[in-house]
Design a protein around this ligand. Structure first.
Ligand SMILES: [Cu+2]
Length: 69
């Protein structure tokens, strides 16, 4: 079953940041779709909760150097 979460992420400022988050979160097993909204700092993620947790998604964003609220 696919779940949807919107995370508030601080520190994303340009297209490079968008790419870093979208590509690294997007390649996680269980993530169906990831969409970064640079203007608002919001990151929409669709994921299979049987395969991956929100914690793991947050961790991955954090690893890129951005703070997840
Ligand atoms: Cu950037």
């Amino acid at each position: 079953m696919v779940s949807q979460v919107t995370l508030n992420v601080q520190g994303m400022s340009c297209g490079h940041c968008v790419n870093a988050v979208e590509s690294n979160v997007g390649k996680l097993d269980g993530v169906e779709q990831v969409n970064v909204h640079l203007e608002t700092g919001k990151v929409d993620v669709s994921f299979d909760e049987k395969k991956i947790t929100v914690e793991k998604i947050k961790e991955t964003i954090d690893d890129q150097g951005y703070e997840v609220k």
